[in-house]
Design a protein around this ligand. Structure first.
Ligand SMILES: [Zn+2]
Length: 411
């Protein structure tokens, strides 16, 4: 008889039926409520109306994709698992280091622990950049829809995914990339019924379209059909998000950007301080590498606190924290963040230098994330949960706790 599994200080009960945890990238809560109100998402509507249990949870800071996906699958904040963005700056080597590689991960995942204990596990991501991190030390199926036509049994634990799903491999900038994840999840649950599945989509639509727009509602209708099918197949379903999403532009449609590197160059001299944007990754077309979170590395001579106060006084800045403050308040690994951590307000993003951002790919007014203004995310489960302490601060990384420990039906 399989036993409980303890990972990173939390114990998870063995699933009484398959658990599917879905991370909907960029799912500001309003996307769901607007789609439900428009009649586009009847299944989610039933969950919100009491067929399931819904909470508003906080994601981890920075409200970016990788730190949050890793928090969800490890059950702990970045201070423990170590992934706090797509990049960190290594001051000793003087270079920016990409954190897509599992060697930067400092904690094991719930997925790997269950696979080691004998559970069958499947992970499907939209973009391939997350696959190796999510699949770290995990036995089972792990692939991205981006490279669905390149899967091999040896590397991904599965073959012929395109045939299984019955859809062509979608463009990396498309809603279909996420649809592929859902359809593959449904097919896998029908065919192999894994004990544990983790499905992670991409926020292409959320970057483009506000809650309640036709484009957004169509996307949530697609999700809703697939979620309903997973429910019909008797899975426990937990839905959460890596972060929310907000408009970051003025009434004229132009993005509200603080080019912080340019500002600091003006104050301190060119290149004296270094601004790192951990949102930067190989896929920047839909957000121009602009988000509401930045790290600043300053020379030892610059007085951090005074500089921090000066940055905090810039219009559009919400908070500036020192390294120690940010590590404590945002649960971040102190060795992988800047001397200063800068968060902009809800409608504003932070850039480096104006000439380093190519905004030509922004065909609609900028929507993005990264700040505390994108921290509120849904945490829904399709089962009833006993009374919980009203004081509990729900986190998106409570998803497995909710699905395995809190939401069982009395037998
Ligand atoms: Zn994301």
């Amino acid at each position: 008889m399989p036993t409980d599994v303890t990972v990173n200080g939390r114990t998870y009960r063995w699933m009484d039926r398959p658990l599917v945890v879905v991370c909907v990238d960029g799912c500001q809560y309003e996307y769901i409520t607007a789609a439900v109100a428009a009649g586009a998402a009847p299944y989610l509507g039933r969950l919100l109306a009491g067929a399931g249990t819904s909470f508003v949870a906080d994601c981890v800071m920075p409200s970016f994709t990788n730190p949050n996906n890793l928090s969800i699958v490890t059950g702990v904040p970045p201070a423990v698992h170590g992934i706090c963005g797509n990049y960190f700056f290594d001051p000793e080597r003087g270079e920016e280091v990409m954190m897509n590689d599992p060697r930067h991960l400092r904690a094991g995942t719930i997925l790997a622990a269950f696979s080691a204990a004998g559970a069958t596990v499947a992970v499907i991501t939209a973009k391939d950049k997350l696959r190796k991190l999510l699949g770290y030390q995990m036995k089972g199926i792990c692939f991205s829809s981006e490279y669905a036509d390149k899967v091999t049994l040896a590397e991904n634990g599965i073959s012929n995914v395109v045939e299984l799903v019955g859809m062509p491999v979608p463009s990396v900038y498309s809603a279909a990339l996420s649809e592929f994840v859902f359809v593959a999840g449904v097919k896998l649950l029908e065919r192999e019924r894994p004990d544990l599945m983790y499905l992670s989509t991409t926020d292409y639509i959320q970057h483009k379209a506000a809650p309640g727009t036709q484009q957004a509602n169509d996307f949530y209708a697609m999700m809703d059909r697939n979620l309903a099918r997973l429910d019909e197949l008797k899975a426990t379903l937990v839905l959460t998000a890596d972060h929310g999403m907000n408009a970051k532009h003025g009434a004229d449609g132009q993005p509200n950007v603080i080019y912080l590197q340019d500002t600091l160059d003006g104050w301190l001299g060119a290149g004296k301080a270094r601004v790192i944007l951990p949102i930067t990754d190989p896929y920047v077309v839909h957000h121009g590498a602009l988000g509401s979170f930045a790290l600043v590395y300053v020379p030892a001579a610059a007085a951090n606190r005074a500089l921090g106060q000066r940055i905090a006084a810039l219009p559009g800045i919400e908070t500036v924290l020192t390294r120690a403050q940010a590590a404590a308040q945002f649960e971040l690994p102190a060795d992988r963040i800047g001397d200063l951590v800068v968060v902009s307000q809800r409608d504003t993003v932070i850039g480096t230098s104006r000439d380093r951002h190519d905004l030509s790919g922004l065909d609609v007014p900028l929507r993005s994330h990264g700040g505390t203004s994108e921290q509120k995310v849904p945490l829904l489960v399709n089962r009833l949960v006993g009374k919980q302490p009203g004081t509990r601060r729900w986190r998106n990384f409570d998803a497995f706790d909710l699905g395995l420990n809190l939401s069982r039906r009395p037998s």
